[in-house]
Design a protein around this ligand. Structure first.
Ligand SMILES: [Mg+2]
Length: 156
Protein backbone atom coordinates (compact mmCIF):
# COMPACT_ATOMS: atom_id res chain seq x y z
CA UNK A 1 0.00 0.00 0.00
CA UNK A 2 1.03 3.54 -0.72
CA UNK A 3 1.76 5.65 2.33
CA UNK A 4 3.84 8.69 3.21
CA UNK A 5 4.09 12.15 1.72
CA UNK A 6 3.79 12.07 -2.08
CA UNK A 7 6.91 13.13 -3.97
CA UNK A 8 7.18 13.95 -7.65
CA UNK A 9 8.99 11.36 -9.77
CA UNK A 10 11.46 11.63 -12.60
CA UNK A 11 10.29 8.84 -14.89
CA UNK A 12 13.15 8.00 -17.21
CA UNK A 13 13.51 5.79 -20.25
CA UNK A 14 16.51 3.40 -20.29
CA UNK A 15 17.89 2.58 -23.77
CA UNK A 16 18.97 5.64 -25.73
CA UNK A 17 18.40 7.88 -22.70
CA UNK A 18 20.41 6.61 -19.70
CA UNK A 19 22.59 4.23 -21.72
CA UNK A 20 23.53 3.88 -25.36
CA UNK A 21 21.01 1.76 -27.26
CA UNK A 22 22.55 -1.52 -28.51
CA UNK A 23 19.70 -2.19 -29.60
CA UNK A 24 18.07 -4.88 -27.45
CA UNK A 25 20.74 -4.30 -24.80
CA UNK A 26 21.25 -7.28 -22.51
CA UNK A 27 25.02 -7.82 -22.23
CA UNK A 28 26.55 -5.82 -19.33
CA UNK A 29 29.77 -5.56 -21.40
CA UNK A 30 27.83 -3.30 -23.79
CA UNK A 31 26.77 -0.88 -21.04
CA UNK A 32 27.69 2.71 -21.84
CA UNK A 33 26.13 5.35 -19.58
CA UNK A 34 25.53 8.89 -20.86
CA UNK A 35 26.86 11.66 -18.60
CA UNK A 36 24.07 14.12 -19.42
CA UNK A 37 21.52 11.59 -18.12
CA UNK A 38 23.57 11.11 -14.95
CA UNK A 39 23.70 14.87 -14.38
CA UNK A 40 19.99 15.21 -15.06
CA UNK A 41 19.11 12.44 -12.58
CA UNK A 42 21.39 13.98 -9.93
CA UNK A 43 19.70 17.33 -10.44
CA UNK A 44 16.21 15.88 -9.89
CA UNK A 45 17.42 13.66 -7.06
CA UNK A 46 18.64 16.77 -5.22
CA UNK A 47 15.20 18.33 -5.71
CA UNK A 48 13.69 15.34 -3.89
CA UNK A 49 12.24 13.50 -6.87
CA UNK A 50 11.97 9.72 -6.95
CA UNK A 51 13.98 8.33 -9.89
CA UNK A 52 12.03 5.60 -11.68
CA UNK A 53 13.05 3.83 -14.89
CA UNK A 54 10.23 3.05 -17.34
CA UNK A 55 11.40 0.81 -20.18
CA UNK A 56 10.03 -1.26 -23.05
CA UNK A 57 11.89 -4.59 -23.25
CA UNK A 58 10.11 -6.50 -26.00
CA UNK A 59 13.37 -8.40 -26.61
CA UNK A 60 12.16 -10.73 -23.83
CA UNK A 61 8.98 -11.87 -25.58
CA UNK A 62 10.67 -11.75 -28.98
CA UNK A 63 13.03 -14.40 -27.55
CA UNK A 64 16.18 -12.29 -27.97
CA UNK A 65 17.08 -12.45 -24.27
CA UNK A 66 15.66 -13.70 -20.98
CA UNK A 67 14.40 -11.93 -17.86
CA UNK A 68 17.61 -13.13 -16.15
CA UNK A 69 19.64 -11.34 -18.84
CA UNK A 70 17.55 -8.24 -18.24
CA UNK A 71 18.14 -8.43 -14.48
CA UNK A 72 21.88 -8.82 -15.02
CA UNK A 73 22.02 -5.79 -17.32
CA UNK A 74 19.88 -3.74 -14.93
CA UNK A 75 22.05 -4.73 -11.96
CA UNK A 76 25.17 -3.58 -13.83
CA UNK A 77 23.40 -0.32 -14.66
CA UNK A 78 22.30 0.25 -11.04
CA UNK A 79 25.83 -0.44 -9.78
CA UNK A 80 27.36 1.95 -12.30
CA UNK A 81 24.86 4.70 -11.47
CA UNK A 82 25.32 4.18 -7.72
CA UNK A 83 29.06 4.70 -8.17
CA UNK A 84 28.23 7.97 -9.93
CA UNK A 85 25.95 9.12 -7.09
CA UNK A 86 22.56 8.24 -8.57
CA UNK A 87 20.09 6.05 -6.69
CA UNK A 88 17.38 4.51 -8.84
CA UNK A 89 14.25 3.88 -6.76
CA UNK A 90 12.70 1.33 -9.12
CA UNK A 91 12.77 -0.11 -12.62
CA UNK A 92 9.52 -1.04 -14.38
CA UNK A 93 9.68 -2.87 -17.71
CA UNK A 94 7.29 -4.18 -20.31
CA UNK A 95 8.34 -7.58 -21.78
CA UNK A 96 5.61 -7.67 -24.45
CA UNK A 97 5.82 -7.44 -28.23
CA UNK A 98 3.77 -4.72 -29.95
CA UNK A 99 1.35 -7.33 -31.36
CA UNK A 100 0.40 -8.57 -27.87
CA UNK A 101 -1.74 -5.50 -27.24
CA UNK A 102 -0.75 -5.06 -23.59
CA UNK A 103 -1.45 -1.96 -21.53
CA UNK A 104 2.13 -1.51 -20.32
CA UNK A 105 4.15 -1.00 -23.51
CA UNK A 106 4.93 2.70 -23.87
CA UNK A 107 3.22 4.90 -25.00
CA UNK A 108 0.62 3.02 -22.95
CA UNK A 109 0.70 4.17 -19.33
CA UNK A 110 0.54 0.84 -17.46
CA UNK A 111 4.09 0.91 -16.09
CA UNK A 112 3.60 4.34 -14.54
CA UNK A 113 0.25 3.19 -13.13
CA UNK A 114 2.11 0.31 -11.45
CA UNK A 115 4.60 2.79 -9.97
CA UNK A 116 1.71 4.91 -8.69
CA UNK A 117 0.34 1.93 -6.79
CA UNK A 118 3.76 1.11 -5.28
CA UNK A 119 4.98 4.60 -4.30
CA UNK A 120 3.32 7.76 -2.98
CA UNK A 121 3.85 9.90 -6.10
CA UNK A 122 2.81 13.45 -6.84
CA UNK A 123 2.02 12.75 -10.50
CA UNK A 124 1.07 16.31 -11.40
CA UNK A 125 4.59 17.57 -10.73
CA UNK A 126 6.36 14.51 -12.12
CA UNK A 127 8.45 14.61 -15.29
CA UNK A 128 9.13 12.06 -18.03
CA UNK A 129 12.50 11.99 -19.80
CA UNK A 130 13.23 9.98 -22.92
CA UNK A 131 14.75 9.96 -26.38
CA UNK A 132 11.55 9.34 -28.36
CA UNK A 133 8.84 11.97 -28.73
CA UNK A 134 6.47 9.38 -30.26
CA UNK A 135 6.91 6.87 -27.42
CA UNK A 136 8.15 8.58 -24.24
CA UNK A 137 6.67 11.97 -25.14
CA UNK A 138 3.35 10.43 -26.10
CA UNK A 139 3.14 8.54 -22.79
CA UNK A 140 3.83 11.78 -20.89
CA UNK A 141 1.07 13.48 -22.88
CA UNK A 142 -1.40 10.72 -21.99
CA UNK A 143 -0.47 11.14 -18.31
CA UNK A 144 -0.68 14.93 -18.53
CA UNK A 145 2.89 15.42 -17.29
CA UNK A 146 5.89 17.36 -18.57
CA UNK A 147 8.15 15.68 -21.12
CA UNK A 148 11.82 16.39 -21.60
CA UNK A 149 13.67 14.94 -24.59
CA UNK A 150 17.16 13.92 -23.42
CA UNK A 151 18.62 15.50 -26.58
CA UNK A 152 17.49 18.86 -25.19
CA UNK A 153 18.96 18.14 -21.76
CA UNK A 154 22.62 18.63 -22.64
CA UNK A 155 22.84 21.60 -20.26
CA UNK A 156 22.40 19.42 -17.16
MG1 LIG B 1 14.66 4.93 -25.65
Amino acid sequence: MVSGVPRPALFIDRDGTINRDCPYCHDPAQLHVFMNAVKLMKHYQKLGFLIIVITNQSGINRGYFTEDDLERFNSALLRRLKNMGVKIDAIYYCPHRPDEGCTCRKPETGLVKNALSDFPIDLEHSVMVGDRDDIDGEMAKRLGIEFLNISQAAHF
